[in-house]
Design a protein around this ligand. Sequence first.
Ligand code: SIN
Length: 488
Amino acid sequence: MSTPATLIADDLLRTQLHIAGGWRDGSAGESSPVIDPATGETVAEVAVATPDDMVAAIDAAQEAFAGWSRTPAPQRSRILRRWYELIVERADDLAQLLTAEQGKPLAEARGEILYGAGFIEWFAEEAKRLYGEVIPTNNPDRRMMTIRSAVGVTAAITPWNFPCAMILRKAAPALAAGCSMIIKPAEETPLSALALAALAQEAGIPAGVLSVVTGSGPRLGEVLTRDERVRTISFTGSTEVGRILMAQSAGTLKRLALELGGNAPLIVFDDADLDNAVKGAMDSKFRNAGQTCVCANRIFVQDGIHDAFVEALGREMAKLRVGDGREPGTTQGPLISPAAVDKVRRHIDDARDKGARVVQGGDLTERGRTFFTPTLIVDASPDMLLAREETFGPLAPVIRFSTEEEAIRMANDTEFGLAGYFFSRDIGRITRVSEALEVGVVGVNTGLISYEGAPFGGVKQSGIGREGSRHGIEEYTDLKYICIEGVA
Ligand code: SIN
């Protein structure tokens, strides 16, 4: 088999910082390796930016903002559309790159590229619809209106689990609104970000409008939060880091869009369609090997359907194939790092100690390293770590319940509130439970809810703001009220 590096298109394998339309090394001359989680090999050495490099990117973004925000919306829209087309044309090459640095199976990586590109297509159109309003006046001598104007320089701090889609979900609305943006990708997965920047440049996005600055999250994040010129920071990642960014941003009163940790409940009621509930649980739990913020983290199953559900879920889980994402037939890639493996193990050990039974999986596959067997646990309970923390791995814990009230109480018994799922065919229950779940996104009879045209985001400690949909552009605009007197 070819090595990962030989499968990557040369023109997309960028390893330098992208600032002010140019490509350059970090000013301290440092680099850091990008590790293929499947092989442990180094895919590439990527430049490490210093705080001064980040300031240079902010300077360039500030300069570029003036021209980009004044570019007529249809023109911005056409340039964004071209970026979208280039990403779709290069989806296979981008998928190779994404799998090499993140691990997910190629088909899933390609799916992520198209999912991410969908945000550009959607917001390219939305650029032309950033309407203001005319307010009925309170005085014949006055006219009142609102306009939406781009906030200015913005930044995206993005995670390793979706190295492409989480960037495009932020950059597309920002650029559509007329903002410039600096992307600080996760240290584990900077290559997709740099490749997207190369395609943005090819599409004609002007110098400085989109920069990618790679390196240490805490060091570079601090520069972004403390700089007054950066008006919005959109972050996807842990609640812990979200809190730090918020505290650091207090001095410059920035707008923050935070998409943070989840602890998604997935509830299967007795009246659910069993096959569909199992499919939904598989889709939600095992996407990206369990490494998404919206993965079902706690599976609550009602008494009457419990045993049949567990048996059917186990059967489907046994069909999953864990391996290198480039190997045909692989459905589950490796976990991102040995630390991720440790967390899954800690949750399994704790559950066993507290009386749960591991009925399938429970450890690494025979390949070792970061390849974890999809694991099914029954007799789990809300006091276990796996129900309190986000596992971020292929662990499906089943918690039994008896009544609707009990299920809702347990589902909401968490500081998080990103996604929640449930399966039922009773319209009254569908209405009640949808309204009662304390989450930002509800999937009813489905485990897949993400779509560029729908608002995505959490409540409670899962975040602030919404991404995607017409609401996703709001974080990048200011609403200005204009009152004109002396018109009569
Ligand atoms: C995430 O895990 O943060 C995002 C998942 C999605 O967009 O579906």
